[in-house]
Design a protein around this ligand. Structure first.
Ligand SMILES: Nc1ncnc2c1ncn2[C@@H]1O[C@H](COP(=O)(O)OP(=O)(O)OP(=O)(O)O)[C@@H](O)[C@H]1O
Length: 281
């Protein structure tokens, strides 16, 4: 469903006029319902890859190559149509959920406005649907959360709200950019579990950006290892573990001593029932 071919991103410094190539001709594909982990150290170009797909690269950037979503080249001409496709078919879950939510709107309004048929739904019905969305991401006290403003909720609760909002828009592809980095460890496991569960339930494709090879191996079908703007190798977690093609991948794994400690794939993290204990509101 997604085919990225020879993706090059070049950024020009507005002061010096100097051009720097950030992504160096990367190619990868993503099948329907598949999850790909983009793994690599800081600055390797993971977030920039997602930004190119979303069309939110820096204004000083030039993107070359092609990014096809179900046959439509997102880098092609036809601005309005491409914007519509991106808005309907892609959903971003970023590191900071505050960036996805309007601080002056209660959470209920955010969810209702994100519903594709919001305008045609009677208010009470939209609210019932919003509450149902929250229940699906493990939030029980829906009335209070729907009334709350983002600053009144914890990061973990907000990230669940963002996931609920993403699901309500019925996207084809989830782009998750280190969605749990800002959360405490217990909450991280809960949010990853809910994201993984909902993605599978809805049959969505996903690109999951992370530094954490263990985590990516647990929730993704394939991993792409990135370094300095280049994808070095792509393979299943087992292939990356058993037959790493590059020294860099080997080093990345040896820097993670807990990866496959028994030689067995790790189970998906935190698949138990969710609690709302991290909510401070
Ligand atoms: N707005 C920008 N303008 C110019 N260069 C940028 C900009 N944002 C990031 N870069 C550069 O692009 C490269 C890739 O950055 P990117 O944010 O994609 O890395 P990353 O792998 O996602 O790292 P992290 O895990 O720290 O988020 C880095 O060298 C970074 O300095």
């Amino acid at each position: 469903m997604l085919q990225v071919d020879s993706l090059v991103l070049t950024v020009t410094d507005p002061d010096s006029g100097q051009a720097t190539e950030i992504l160096h001709g990367n190619s990868f594909t993503l099948g329907s319902g598949e999850a790909l982990g983009l793994v690599g150290e800081s600055g390797s170009g993971k977030s920039m890859t997602l930004k190119c797909i979303l069309g939110i690269e820096p204004s000083s950037a030039r993107v070359e190559g092609s990014i096809e979503l179900d046959g439509t080249d997102l880098l092609g001409s036809g601005g309005e149509e491409l914007r519509r496709i991106r808005a309907n078919d892609l959903a971003l879950i970023s590191q900071n959920p505050h960036g996805s939510l309007n601080p002056v709107l209660p959470v209920g309004r955010f969810l209702i406005e994100g519903m594709s048929d919001a305008r045609s739904l009677p208010a009470a019905q939209a609210r019932t649907r919003a509450a149902e969305l929250l229940r699906q991401v493990g939030i029980d006290d829906t009335e209070r959360v729907l009334r709350s403003y983002p600053h009144q909720l914890s990061g973990g609760m907000l990230q669940r709200v963002v996931i609920a909002g993403a699901m309500s828009g019925d996207p084809k592809l989830l782009l998750a950019d280190e969605p749990t980095t800002a959360l405490d460890v217990t909450t991280q496991a809960e949010v990853v579990a809910i994201l993984d569960e909902k993605r599978r339930e809805h049959g969505l494709s996903m690109i999951y950006v992370t530094h954490d090879l263990d985590l990516a191996a647990a929730i993704c079908d394939r991993l792409a290892v990135m370094k300095d703007g280049e994808i070095l190798e792509i393979g299943t977690p087992e292939e990356i573990r058993d037959r790493p093609k590059t020294e860099y991948t080997r080093a990345l794994m040896s820097a993670r001593p807990q990866l496959y400690p028994d030689g067995a794939p790790q189970p998906a993290p935190g698949t138990g029932p969710l609690t709302n204990t991290e909510d401070r509101a």
